[in-house]
Design a binder for this molecule. Sequence first.
Ligand code: ACM
Length: 639
Amino acid sequence: MQPVCYRLESAWQPDGGPFGRFTFTLVNLSDSPLRDFRLVYTSLTRIIDGAACENAVFLRRNANFHEFAPPKGFILGAGESWTFTVSGLHRQAKHCTDGAKSAYLTLSDERHVPVAVSDLLLEGATSEPPPQRLPQGKIDLPYALQPWPAKIDVVPGDGFPVVLYPESGSSKDEISAADTVLALFHRLFPGGHAPFTLASSPQGRPIVFAEKPELGPEAYALAFSEREIRLEYGAAAGRQYGLTTLAQLLDGARREGGKFRFPVSGTISDQPRYGWRGCHLDVSRQFYPTADVMRLIDILAWFKLNIFHWHLTDDEAWRLEIKAYPTLTTLGVLRGPDEPMLPQLGNGAEPVGGFYSQDEVRAIVAHAGALSIEVVPEIDIPGHSTAALVALPELADGQEAPESYHSVQGYPNNALNPAIPLTYEFLEKVFDEMVELFPSQYIHVGGDEVANGSWLASPLARKLMEQEGISGTFALQSYFLKKVKQMLTARGRKLVGWNEVAHGGGVGTEGTLLMAWENPKVGIELAREGYDVVMTPGQAYYLDMAQAEAFQEPGASWAGTATPAHTYAYEAEGEFPEELKHRMKGVQACIWSEHFLSRGYFNRLVFPRLPAIAEAAWTPKAQKDWLRFAAIAPLSPIL
Ligand code: ACM
């Protein structure tokens, strides 16, 4: 790889503009002077007043893509720096990840060359120790279980069995279940000692399985003795959870024998608090190859989560292969200096793409299914559709004024148009292929963040609104989403969406599940309207939120910051009136990937808050214990 010969440093100061001021310094580490060049960087802190910059000329912006030129005639000599300031910002910078996420230069011959970037510095900041995320913790009972079970009454053994094995006479499904959890363990902890063997072992301890449907499908009970371990289970999921509990107990006792033990007698009887225990992954802003997605699913299984919400499309890319529309995953994924979509969110001089072929999707769905995890796919419509519109420009109203509205992320005219018949033809075909790929009864259709004012400059939309007596963006959104719901109903599927699906008249509550993300109160309001809800409030369950207010903490903070302690303690059901509690179907972590440019940032923000949410999803409130969780969390697998 060529060494990168330029670096862009950035700093922010709170005064010097309505939302403070950036100072950028481009350092030329090459052996040659630079002239006639342009500088591009991507930054979530956007420039809205291009004139408010000094010693540079602002050329253009698209969402978080920004392009500048130096002053006319400027030459950046080898070893020299060019400094310019920008004060026309759309908001304050709050964290070290709010500056340039990537940069490149375009030279006079239109070649693009990479520029390294550093985290944003806060001017005038004094040195502070990093905030503590996880205290040392304290355990009253020496068992390494995550999530903690509903009921545990066991006696710690002095040692632990060498290995556990299905007793002879176990059914093929029971032996296979032990194999599944054994394989899961090996994938998650390749250096770990196998908890199970499929052959009986004189030094080991047999697991005696008993199916008890009356327990409920996700429930299990373990009875420990010196001679054997009895595992009663309601159905396959409960059996897997019981085996996972055994694997965690044995692994903890092996890895930290001074702290964790394996039970020698007593019982565990366990079942989840909520039926929907989800984790979402945004693969549009950053692409996660199949192996990463499968590993995340493995981690979810280890924490007894049961829903993988796969956010497959957004403005930045459409990642799901649709055979009827191949350009979705040729044009609709490529971001680069000379590609149909500009670099965003950490992209630089090289084009980036990535999508899931239908074969990969099938493999991921099968992988999840074998671990009792349902994959709920999301295509985010009608907003967040820049990539689809780039791939299929015929879906736009050609007469709509350009830049007539902008999404909150700064994308212009990014919503599918409800007045274009092709929109519905497109969606029918997309859903036809999705129902073949995804067995889930649910399809998530987004519905979030359609900008107020969308479509109002589209003559076709105007005409439709007049014909149908519709007034305003959200009533038109409701008209559109009702049609989408009909398409799903016709295919035997239920509509899931973000909370704004209820705007402008909504889609009817029957068979609809909405995710309350904007704040907890929204969830209660939706339940009152009659919708089933899953709680994913940004204030506690968005894992891209920074974990403290300190500037050096990476992540976003538009929904506030969430320490792992806060995420753990948060009670989504807390303010639900008793009569609405039955509408609250569960909780979900959301992994939005704008800030996750590195595996390091991913792991730092997702863990241990993901297992904290898993415990909140599983463990009864009375059994939650932050210090116990903190003591066990360091054993968590990471991506
Ligand atoms: C969302 O965060 N826009 C669902």
